[in-house]
Design a protein. Structure first.
Length: 381
């Protein structure tokens, strides 16, 4: 296999990450969220619009941006396409089911996950095109591209359907683990050749889009400890991909980068995260499960900087955005950190509810979704 030339530069029982971290703060003073400190903003961030898609409930909902459009959903069944420049709703659909994950889109088709393993795919006007089911709960956003809708269940099983017809093409089975985190473990396309996915147990794989067989499997980390709780070792978030390097992080394990053609490790460091990583040509950034943010050199894993001023604030997956690293927290604040040294350069408030998904970029508009059901569009000035 040689995926190098085709890579595009872009991102059992389940236990919730919150139950293992922030929710324990009432019993463990070490988990008390750090109060926010004042600073002089270095950039001005203006809120330019707000839209509503419905509350997340107990699920984790992620928006997706395709060009200037934003696609988002809420637990009550609402799916919407929004103009990222203005916040105007292009179309809004109410599915007669409760949703558990969303959304995936290629700009034309849009997919969401529903209760009891339901998969719903909408056309370019927001009308239902087809629906199907998978054997398990869907809590991660589907992927749409290369003529497929790719859906994963919480246990790591991945199913691929024909995008236009809903015909099942293949199913990839991962080894079952007795316990796994209830987190949004996403997937990433490697151009038109493979889908990259991490799994409970610490494994990372590149899966052939045509056959559903894996090109390679590689361990990001290995389970340790005696009890089943101590041995939870899930890959969290979606594998990041830049060029021929893919990076991933596990809970109670390691962060590392791999050659996406072969799965060969490039570098790995001890680390633990319940959210995920962001990556570009020079930097890999991740908050650990104490919400301490670390930036690593993408080529060798050397530590570039560390910021512990947001400790225990249940940070989202980061976004590398121009000169900033952008993350949301459990109180709905959006934090902008300097890519150079991790210092604060801006902070904006949303609706006060948690931001659990990575911010996305629609054109030149930064978009975040809160668990309270609001989408906010921001633009640095």
């Amino acid at each position: 296999m040689n995926l190098l030339k085709r890579f595009a530069v872009p991102v059992a029982c389940a236990i919730t990450a919150l139950a293992m971290t922030a929710c324990s703060s009432s019993k463990d003073e070490r988990r008390t969220p750090t109060p926010l400190t004042q600073f002089k903003p270095a950039i001005n961030v203006e809120r330019i619009w707000k839209a509503d898609v419905g509350k997340a409930g107990r699920y984790l909902f992620s928006p997706i941006a395709v060009g200037d459009a934003v696609f988002a959903a809420g637990a009550g069944g609402t799916v919407a396409k929004i103009d990222g420049k203005t916040g105007k709703v292009v179309w809004r659909t109410r599915l007669h089911t409760d949703l558990t994950a969303g959304v995936g889109s290629d700009g034309t088709l849009t997919a969401v996950g529903a209760t009891r393993g339901g998969v719903y795919v909408l056309d370019s006007n927001g009308k239902l095109l087809w629906k199907s089911n998978v054997a398990g709960e869907v809590v991660s956003p589907p992927l749409i591209g290369n003529g497929l809708v790719v859906v994963r269940t919480i246990d790591g099983q991945i199913s691929a359907f024909g995008a236009e017809t809903g015909e099942l093409k293949w199913v990839y089975h991962n080894r079952a683990e007795p316990l796994n985190l209830r987190v949004s473990a996403g997937m990433t396309f490697a151009a038109d050749a493979a889908v990259l996915a991490g799994f409970p147990g610490g494994g990372l794989a590149a899966i052939n889009l045509k056959t559903g067989d894996d090109y390679w499997q590689a361990p990001v980390s290995f389970p340790k400890g005696v009890t089943e709780m101590e041995r939870i070792n899930d890959v969290t978030g979606a594998p990041a991909l830049v060029g021929a390097e893919t990076c991933a992080v596990t809970f109670q394990g390691r962060v590392g980068c791999f050659d996406a053609n072969t799965g060969r490790p490039i570098w790995q460091k001890p680390f633990s995260s319940t959210s995920g990583v962001a990556q570009d040509n020079s930097t890999v950034v991740a908050p650990d499960d104490w919400s301490v943010i670390t930036a690593f050199g993408a080529d060798d894993g050397r530590q570039l900087w560390r910021n512990d001023k947001l400790k225990n604030r249940s940070l989202s997956v980061p976004l590398l955005f121009g000169p900033s690293v952008v993350l949301g927290d459990y109180q709905g604040y959006v934090h902008f950190l300097s890519r150079d040294d991790g210092s604060f350069v801006a902070r904006v408030k949303t609706d006060g509810s948690a931001i659990t998904a990575a911010p996305v970029l629609a054109g030149d508009t930064l978009v975040v979704q809160t668990s309270g059901g609001d989408l906010f569009g921001f633009r640095p000035r």
